[in-house]
Design a protein around this ligand. Structure first.
Ligand SMILES: Nc1ncnc2c1ncn2[C@@H]1O[C@H](COP(=O)(O)OP(=O)(O)OP(=O)(O)O)[C@@H](O)[C@H]1O
Length: 462
């Protein structure tokens, strides 16, 4: 059985009539690079398409390509004599077939205008082989999957497929001259940019303009109000008609639903948690008044206990298919997430860092805004005034780096119930890529599981 050198998968496992490489196309591209002239340089064209390592089926071709790229990077010519000398220096000339092989490749060169086309053929086959390898791995995962958690195996496989599908090499519009996009950009400036998500807290919405692809971290010491704050954001955002998804890793369905009812209908949370006669007639009629609006909300809740980036990606994609819009996603809280690949040897720091990087990639890929709750370490408690800072983020400095915005929750009455500022919560905007850093003060009403603007509300029922 032969083995694909780039991917280490058994080629013999594929039907014989399905080619998994074109050695002719590989030779045509390399040959063109070996015949480059000062007037036409196919190396640049080929490099646009073949940015990935491992696109070459033939290992010798890969080695020759690396020598060409290395010479090109040093502004040296890439003709046969130079490439031969480069390979000899690296001790790999004999392994690729010697000078004779380089001359044969030069003789197979495609025309100058065809280098991009043949490079695309080489890259296309490489993608096809990666796709085949992913399916083989998917089958292995399916065989070993835990029947109690098939969704997890599916999400991991789906993540691999989506990484593969999001091919960023080649002639897409990720690369280009400033002038190519300037006119479109200026036309775009004539339209007011609508925030991708809203918090419902008016002063905060003024400073924190959430854009598609942003990751916002809402952090605080335990019981500061992270869940109350972010569930409030979810309700406000969904009430504005924007699809919203909450991953609640800490609270179950009952508690989250009670908090939603309490906060929207202004019914004491302790009444709902107790149930039975504790829920008064007045509570029931308040809930009944809010019910039609609540039922109409584009709000999805996920209580899956083992949440991974792969699961979040697949939920976002499903909501985009269903609603046509990238949702706001809330994760309560990030330190409880797992990575897609089970790795028991990973430290908490490594796990949270990896999850943070993945979340940022998912937000950018899908255009979703992702708000992550995060726990802070005890750093602030040794500080005068006990005010938290972004550097208190527990378990990962990566979170601080990846976030476009960081909101730190602080309230004086958590430390001093007699404080003159009892009932107030400070939302310290400690990092803000799209606006200023500042502190927004709101009122907390934890008996209704919510935060509110300090200014009076016009709705008498509110
Ligand atoms: N029924 C209730 N009545 C009044 N206050 C409550 C009630 N239930 C919870 N609280 C308070 O609400 C505050 C905020 O709780 P919340 O769960 O939003 O905080 P958190 O920062 O997410 O906490 P954690 O990090 O522990 O999950 C806490 O101080 C909690 O004691």
């Amino acid at each position: 059985m032969t083995v694909d050198q780039a991917l280490d998968i058994p080629v013999g496992a594929q039907p014989a009539d399905v080619p998994s490489a074109s050695l002719e196309a590989e030779a045509a591209v390399l040959g063109a690079c070996l015949m480059a002239t000062p007037a036409y340089d196919p190396v640049v064209d080929a490099m646009q398409v073949l940015a990935d390592d491992g696109d070459w089926y033939d290992g010798g071709h890969e080695t020759i390509w690396r020598a060409i790229v290395s010479l090109h990077g040093r502004s040296k010519p890439t003709g046969v004599p130079m490439v031969e000398a480069e390979l000899r220096r690296g001790g790999s000339l004999a392994r690729v077939g010697g000078t004779l092989r380089l001359s044969q490749l030069a003789a197979q060169a495609c025309g100058p205008a065809e280098a991009t086309h043949y490079a695309e053929v080489v890259h296309g086959y490489a993608r096809l082989r990666r796709y085949q390898a992913t399916l083989v791995r998917g089958m292995q995962m399916a065989r070993q999957a835990d029947p109690g958690n098939v969704s997890e195996a599916m999400a991991a496989h789906q993540t691999e497929l989506e990484h593969l599908a999001a091919d960023t090499s080649g002639g897409d519009d990720m690369f280009g001259r400033l002038a190519d996009h300037l006119d479109d950009h200026l036309m775009g400036l004539e339209t007011t940019v609508e925030a991708a998500a809203v918090t419902g807290l008016s002063d905060l919405d003024m400073v924190l303009k959430m854009r598609p692809g942003n990751v916002i971290v809402v952090a605080g010491r335990p019981a500061m109000g992270k869940s109350a704050a972010t569930l409030g954001v979810a309700l406000a955002n969904a009430s504005s008609g924007r699809p919203t998804l909450v991953h609640s890793l800490e609270m179950g369905r009952e508690e989250v639903t009670n908090r939603i009812l309490s906060s929207t209908a202004r019914v004491g949370l302790h009444h709902l948690m107790e149930g039975g006669p504790a829920v008064t007639d007045d509570d029931w009629s308040r809930i009944a008044r809010r019910l039609p609006d609540l039922k109409a909300l584009p709000l999805w809740l996920d209580y899956t206990p083992r949440v991974t980036p792969g699961l979040i990606r697949s939920r976002i994609k499903a909501l985009i298919r269903q609603t046509g819009r990238a949702p706001l996603v809330i994760i309560d809280y990030i330190q409880l997430m797992y990575t897609d690949q089970r790795n028991n040897r990973q430290t908490t720091y490594e796990r949270v860092s990896e999850v943070s990087r993945e979340i940022k990639i998912i937000a950018e890929e899908t255009g979703a805004v992702i708000i992550c709750c995060a726990q802070l370490n005890r750093g602030s408690e040794h500080r005068e005034g006990k005010r938290p800072q972004a550097s208190d983020l527990r378990d990962s400095g990566q979170l601080e780096q990846d976030a476009s915005g960081i909101i730190l929750l602080h309230r004086e009455d958590a430390y001093d119930p007699e404080s003159p500022r009892a009932g107030e919560s400070d939302l310290i905007v400690g990092k803000n890529r799209n606006g200023p850093t500042c502190t927004v003060t709101v009122a907390h009403q934890f008996h209704y599981a919510r935060l509110r603007d300090m200014s009076p509300h016009t709705d008498p029922d509110d």
